[in-house]
Design a protein around this ligand. Structure first.
Ligand SMILES: Nc1ncnc2c1ncn2[C@@H]1O[C@H](COP(=O)(O)OP(=O)(O)OP(=O)(O)O)[C@@H](O)[C@H]1O
Ligand SMILES: [Mg+2]
Length: 384
């Protein structure tokens, strides 16, 4: 078992509120990723759960027991940190096997478990070396091996892949996923790498300034970001976010800005945008992901351009190209198969599907929820 509950968890450093009243329930067996920019409080939150620092408010529960003030060693949690401390005088094998020897397991059993873990982390050939004879990435894997050799109630990992090169990161990521599926253990995992978060997490908790911005599955966080902050953090390149006006034109909702004109549901009754009903117009942030924009020549019903701009630069990112365009005074990026056939200075028209439009309140930054018109959903109303 390894259910972790955080209840109003808070940590202040003088005037800085590093972790600000976090409520979070991490189910047994979950792989929960804490994601957010540098300084948002990820490591502090993990250290509070580990018991390495005391909170200035709130509680930590492990399987229902209040462990807020329990000593780290009594929490039955295994930790891997950004900076890891290996025993310099011990070989890789003895470093990995340390927790089991400390628990006085029989030698043969320790040797077998060390071999299994080393195999999993591709450390088999390095078992007789000492830490100073290893690369940074190899040391990091030894630290991971030392954590996973035990069978704790949960793993706490703070950027455990940060010292690995791209190839090793990807293979170790895959190993983590397999490991999690096999062990079924609870993992609380810190990263600021969105690819890691999206590929590993059962749920992602997005942090900004010590606060939870959104908690959800990777798909929910990516497809329905709860705020401008979340929308602008994820994606490569991230979502285009433009200041715009949302207008109600005889029951039809239209988003307008310099170079932008797009109907929310072309050809359908307007429906309502939460908090917009009865309001003639409001300031919004209009969002659309680079991969959801297409070039159009402006003909046909689906081809009506939503955005008009001028190409500023085109970047080759391998299989695809990213074009930067100036729309009104804003930069809009779009992504498509190479070659896009565009050159700087060229005018472009872009279109998108209504399902791919995101709207946020300009003041609060919170997502605005579009609701279908009641007439469309009422079963008694036949469609004509
Ligand atoms: N010991 C400390 N004393 C004072 N302030 C601290 C201390 N530790 C952290 N902070 C502050 O708390 C905030 C959160 O820091 P934290 O290390 O948790 O961020 P993080 O999200 O892990 O960042 P990174 O991605 O860079 O590792 C930061 O503003 C940091 O400066
Ligand atoms: Mg950190």
């Amino acid at each position: 078992m390894g259910r972790i509950e955080l209840d109003g968890l808070t940590r202040k450093y003088g005037d800085v509120v590093a972790v600000d009243g976090i409520d979070l329930d991490i189910a047994d067996g979950e792989f929960l990723v804490l994601l957010g920019p540098s300084g948002c409080g990820k490591s502090t939150l993990l250290r509070l759960v580990a018991g390495l620092i005391p909170p200035t408010g709130g509680r930590v529960l492990l399987d229902g027991d209040d462990i807020t003030h329990a000593a780290p060693a009594r929490r039955d949690l295994a930790m891997v940190f950004q900076s890891y401390a290996l025993y310099p005088h011990l070989t890789v094998a003895r470093n990995i096997g340390f927790p089991l020897r400390a628990a006085r397991l029989p030698r043969a059993q320790v040797r077998r478990r060390v071999a299994e873990v080393a195999d999993l982390l591709e450390l088999g050939a390095l078992l007789d070396r000492r830490p100073r004879e290893l690369s940074g990435g190899q040391r990091q894997r030894v630290a991971v091996g030392r954590a996973i050799i035990r069978d704790p109630r949960a793993f706490l990992m703070d950027e455990p892949l940060s010292n690995l090169d791209a190839r090793l990161r990807q293979s170790t990521r895959a190993q983590f996923r397999t490991l999690h599926e096999r062990l079924g253990a609870t993992v609380l995992y810190v990263t600021h790498d969105q690819v890691e978060a999206l590929s590993l997490a059962t749920r992602i908790a997005m942090l900004d300034n010590g606060r939870l911005e959104q908690v959800g599955t990777p798909t929910e966080i990516f497809d329905q970001p709860a705020s401008v902050f979340v929308a602008g953090f994820l994606g490569s390149p991230p979502m285009n976010l433009l200041p715009a006006r949302l207008e109600n034109l005889d029951g039809r909702m239209r988003v307008r800005a310099d170079g932008v004109e797009v109907d929310l549901r072309p050809g359908e009754p307007a429906g309502t945008v939460e908090e917009v009903e009865g309001v003639e117009a409001r300031d919004v942030v209009f969002g659309v992901r680079p991969e959801h924009l297409r070039l159009t020549d402006g003909t046909g019903p689906a081809g009506t351009p939503a955005l008009r701009g001028v190409v500023r630069a085109v970047e080759n990112i391998g299989a695809e190209e990213v074009a930067q365009c100036v729309v009104g005074g804003e930069i809009v990026q779009f992504r498509g198969a190479r070659p896009l056939g565009l050159a700087p200075g060229q005018p472009v028209q872009l279109t998108t599907a209504p399902d791919h439009i995101h709207l946020f309140d300009r003041g609060s930054g919170r997502r605005l929820v579009w609701r279908p018109h009641p007439a469309r959903t009422a079963p008694a109303t036949p469609r004509v």
